[in-house]
Write a new protein. Structure first.
Lengths: 258, 462
């Protein structure tokens, strides 16, 4: 048998290690599952800073977020620090993998020391007057959308899968579809194009600041632009930490206090 | 030498290549160096705003400056309030032990229309000041604090801890304003159930509105007028004010079960409004003594969130509450103190829902039912009504506008408010509105008919 030259073996090894799984073997849902599996942590905390430029007007928001997995389900807490008029407001969400089950959500209003049950009714509304909609901020389950792999292409010199996502609950979304550019190497998003109900592309999200933190690849910056509104929002995550052993008590209503 | 080098070169290359595989490839970092956000400009940076500093400050002070002006529609020259306020908040500590305090200073020249009291013209108050000890399963809070209980909107039969703000009792056309009180609060996590206990060492009841103030109730005004003319005697209030001996306490056990918030509540304390004990003086005049009665209340609350709607409900039973007997009733005789005990049953059920993107609709039905008995009461045995709010957001969410109010279907009047809140940047807010009170002059809301107002609140938060 003819021997394969050693340098060829080496080249093949390099090629095999650096090349992602063959796109032909993956469909849109597989890619969504891969993306969903990037964050393997049990819990996390981070500080989110949001800077908004709306027609030259400057708005800034700062919040602390905590998240913990409960099997396939998840609980999260958002504490607002800035701006001053909403300082101390908190949102607690228990979200479920089962898309038929409604999330449990509460808001804490510090001026009244009042905890109120709320619904996810405002999902289509803007998140804190930014370019993000509330539905962009919340965790989406893989089965919330139909996924279709459109093509593979380079974006910003990075090989990406381009996947179309269409929400299964069209009445609860602003978008007829979203097209997502997914990095082949880390399964993180690079870009999202948002299409309105008339099928027109009206908003774009660009992802960056990719960092590996405790072995988990993480997006630490997102910029969303809505040209029609002449508005841009940059969300930056700082102090990101994973697997810190957050207490269950953080995600109880009783923790909603000043 | 050269031949040796040529011989070794492939080996070195192979080793170098193998090293490259193990050292460089696993890190996969080259691909991540391409950051599409590197060259994208927002117009300003987060660093410029100082927002990227660590949030772990030990002390943080904020607050607002506010000008809130309420002008009577029927008598523009006699405004209800021209309140100018400086409010300060202070957060202390960060972790398991932390403190919070807030205080305000008010200046309101409109009070000159009805009082010469300079304490009302310039008013300084420590609003809240408390310490929180936050541990894994048990939390404690001590100090002066607001603590509102209930799932309903504005109408909460078991929200009995904080007394009403006697100076400024109307928060909106469907909600009252309350005052913080001194209390100790313990929260215990017992598996899926949270048990909460509140101890109020010295009871705080609703203070009387000041004489001739815009929010003085019609009944109290009549009593004061009769007392001033010498027709009757209005004795000083007999408030429960002995520390610990008159202590009030409350418990709440709550859980979330299949997406449903459930809570059982218990309260043991004093009525916030007094019963007027009647007796006769030797000169034959009636004397009325406002007394606050100790009572117990039992309640049940629930709330459930759906995809776009929330339903809320509350039930309360307050046994043996004192009610005034109607003066025309035969039992309203000389040897009676004019009061009789009756059980009070209260219920609230409501729904709120968001339509389209931000159109918010909230509708709630409430009822109070006093146990039947032989004597007819001065108060209505049944009262009921609805509260409502419809609002939406406009101008890229800078403007929230709508209307809200309360309507008693038992002919106890109504209040309706058209409101708007416009945010300018992050710090400024302007909130104009119109509020109207309607109904019979002796009804709960109709008595404030003269207070129909336009108002405007301008606030700068810092």
């Amino acid at each position: 048998m003819k021997k394969i030259p050693i340098f060829l073996l080496v080249l093949m090894s390099v090629f095999a290690v650096s090349l992602p799984i063959d796109a032909g073997q993956l469909n849109g849902r597989d890619i969504a599952i891969k993306m969903d599996a990037v964050d393997t942590s049990l819990d996390s905390e981070r500080t989110a800073i949001m800077a908004i430029n709306r027609k030259g007007q400057k708005l800034v928001r700062k919040m602390e977020t905590y998240r913990k997995n409960y099997g396939p389900d998840e609980r999260s807490l958002i504490k607002f620090i800035e701006p001053p008029d909403i300082r101390g407001i908190m949102y607690l969400t228990w979200s479920y993998e089962d898309i038929e089950r409604d999330d449990d959500m509460w808001i804490f209003l510090p001026a009244e020391s009042l905890v109120r049950r709320i619904s996810g009714g405002g999902k289509k509304g803007s998140f804190m007057r930014s370019d993000f909609a509330n539905e962009d901020i919340e965790k989406r389950e893989v089965d919330d959308d139909e996924h279709r792999l459109l093509r593979t292409e380079e974006f910003s010199d990075v090989d990406c899968y381009v996947v179309e996502r269409v929400s299964k609950k069209q009445k609860d979304t602003n978008y007829s579809k979203r097209i997502v550019w997914v990095r082949k190497d880390t399964w993180l998003p690079m870009k999202v194009e948002y299409y309105n109900k008339r099928g027109k592309h009206f908003k774009t999200g660009i992802y960056g600041g990719f960092k590996e933190i405790k072995g988990i690849w993480t997006v630490t910056k997102t910029m969303v632009e809505t040209p029609r509104k002449r508005s841009k929002t940059l969300m930056q995550y700082d102090n990101v930490d994973y697997n810190i052993g957050l207490s269950d008590a953080i995600f109880e209503q009783s923790n909603l206090k000043r | 030498m050269l031949s040796t080098c040529l011989y070794l070169a492939p080996k070195i290359l192979i080793r170098a290549a193998v090293l490259l595989i193990f050292v460089c490839v696993p890190s996969v970092s080259p691909a991540l160096e391409e950051d599409p956000l590197k060259d994208m400009a927002l117009g300003f940076t987060i660093e410029e705003e100082g927002l990227n500093q660590d949030g772990g400050k030990f002390i943080s002070i904020g607050g607002y400056l506010e000008s809130r002006n309420q002008v009577r529609v029927k008598d523009v020259d006699e405004p209800i309030s021209l309140r100018q306020r400086l409010w300060l908040d202070c957060y202390l500590g960060q972790d398991w032990i932390r403190g919070f305090a807030s205080a305000y200073f008010d200046y309101d020249p409109a009070v000159r229309d009805w009082t010469d009291d300079t304490n009302e013209l310039y008013y300084l108050e420590l609003n809240e000041a408390y310490l929180t000890v936050d541990t894994e399963r048990i939390d404690f809070i001590f100090g002066k604090k607001m603590m509102r209980w209930g799932t309903g909107d504005g109408i909460n039969p078991m929200d009995l801890i904080n007394p009403r703000d006697y100076r400024d009792p109307i928060a909106s056309a469907r909600a009252d304003a309350r005052l913080p009180i001194l209390l100790a609060n313990g929260i215990f996590l017992l598996g899926p159930v949270t048990v909460e206990g509140v101890l109020i060492p010295k009871p705080e009841v609703n203070k009387f509105s000041l004489p001739d103030s815009p929010w003085e109730p019609e009944g109290l005004r009549e009593l004061r007028r009769s007392a001033q003319s010498g027709e009757i005697v209005l004795a000083p209030r007999e408030e429960p004010d002995t520390w610990f001996q008159d202590a009030e306490f409350a418990f709440r056990a709550s859980t979330v079960w299949k997406g449903l918030d459930l809570a059982l509540l218990y309260y043991n304390g004093y009525t916030d409004d007094p019963g007027y004990h009647r007796d006769y003086l030797t000169d034959g005049r009636m004397r009325f003594t406002p007394r606050y009665h100790c009572y117990q209340a039992y309640g049940f609350n629930f709330a459930k969130g759906f995809e776009r709607a929330t339903i809320r409900g509350e039930l309360a039973v307050k046994p043996a509450l004192p009610f005034s007997i109607h003066p025309n009733d035969p039992s309203y005789e000389k040897n009676s103190n004019g009061l009789v005990s009756r059980d009070l049953y209260q219920g609230v059920i409501g729904i709120d829902r968001t339509f389209f993107t931000n159109l918010y609709v909230n509708l709630q039905f409430f009822t109070d039912l006093i146990e039947n008995g032989q004597e007819s009461l001065a108060a209505k045995r049944e009262s009921h009504g609805i509260t409502f709010e419809i609002s939406d957001k406009f101008l890229d969410d800078d403007l929230t506008a709508g209307f809200r109010g309360m309507y008693f279907t038992s002919n106890d009047g109504s209040a309706c408010e058209i409101f708007a809140e416009y945010k300018i940047g992050d710090n400024w807010q302007i909130a104009p509105g119109y509020m109207t009170f309607n109904g019979p002059k002796d009804s709960r809301l109709g008595q404030f008919n003269d207070n129909d107002m336009i108002y405007c609140r301008l606030r700068y938060s810092f």
